[in-house]
Write a protein that binds this ligand. Structure first.
Ligand code: NAP
Length: 269
């Protein structure tokens, strides 16, 4: 179901994997989660990951592991899965993502394909590969695992000028909400995090004038809200967009839950 999974917030995680940890929302997840456990940092920029790992490990004798991987490639995705398995995660945050602000016909095809690989294929493949391990670890420890897939408020409607980006986030939202219903009896809390405009490098990379989206929220606020709501909300909107889109998310909840029941009945025949 989209809204309620458990009555209280999720207990702290001990071992989290964060993709796209080198900046923005991913770095904020890494900093927050490192306060209560160990974190494996995944992204392409070795220097930035090394710098963050040193920051997070400072003052303690623990080494913060990094995995340098381009998640638009099969090799990079396989490397990340292998590193996550060796690490033994109980929380996976599929956060790495990209977008570009331009009409489809003004965007080179390679960028459109890379956007789809990073925003759709990588989180889907990582979820499929790692959720069984997360659930097994939660069962073994008697705790709960977590999966956070970072979609976007852009997932709720077509966005001319960012058509491929919005479509990839619509996929990730739908995939994650359905997965949450499928896993409802397992010791894992699943969330589709849908941030509104957030201060990060996203705007500059996507080609927004001035680099930042107007009215953007701090990434730390987005992460605080997400981790507090994990286990209570499946679809979480953050930022001012929440006021307009929350009713839409609730509507999806009813429809998704009902379709889940029909699917279960059909699969028993
Ligand atoms: N900022 C917003 O307003 C906003 C709103 C809604 C949703 N989101 C979503 O939030 C997520 C985080 O974005 P952000 O705002 O924090 O942007 P960001 O600062 O640009 O961070 C993107 C992260 O993804 C990593 N990344 C990019 N391409 C990659 C690749 N090919 N392989 C592996 N990692 C890659 C980047 O690291 P490297 O360059 O080192 O690889 C970086 O760590 C994204 O999924 C984005 O769609 C953002």
């Amino acid at each position: 179901m989209i809204r309620t999974q458990r009555k209280r917030g999720h207990p702290p995680h001990h071992r989290a994997v964060v993709t796209g940890a080198s900046s923005g929302i991913g770095a904020a997840f890494a900093r927050h989660l490192a306060r209560s456990g160990d974190v494996l940092l995944v992204a392409r920029s070795r220097d930035r990951l090394t710098g963050l790992a040193e920051e997070l490990g400072a003052g303690s004798d623990r080494a913060v592991p990094i995995c340098v991987a381009d998640l638009t490639t099969e090799t990079g995705t396989e490397d990340a899965i292998r590193a996550a398995r060796d690490f033994g995660a109980d929380l996976l945050v599929n956060n790495a993502g990209m977008g570009s602000l331009a009409p489809v016909l003004d965007t080179d095809p390679e960028t459109l394909v890379a956007t789809t690989r990073l925003n759709v294929e990588a989180p889907m493949v990582l979820s499929r590969a790692l959720v069984p391990d997360l659930v097994a670890r939660a069962r073994a420890t008697g705790g709960r695992a977590g999966l956070i897939n970072v979609a976007s408020s852009a997932a709720f409607a077509p966005v001319p000028g960012m058509a491929t980006y919005a479509a990839t986030k619509a996929f990730l939202l739908s995939f994650t909400e359905a997965l949450a219903v499928e896993l409802r009896r397992e010791p894992i809390d699943v969330m589709a995090l849908c941030p509104g405009a957030t201060r990060s490098e996203f705007g500059a990379r996507a080609g927004f004038a001035g680099g930042q989206l107007p009215g953007a929220t701090d990434p730390e606020t987005v992460v605080d809200e997400a981790l507090s709501a994990l286990g209570r909300r499946t679809t979480l909107l953050t930022g001012p967009e929440r006021i307009a889109l929350d009713p839409v998310a609730l509507g999806r909840s009813g429809v998704g839950g009902a379709i889940g029941i029909v699917s279960r009945l059909l699969s028993r025949r």
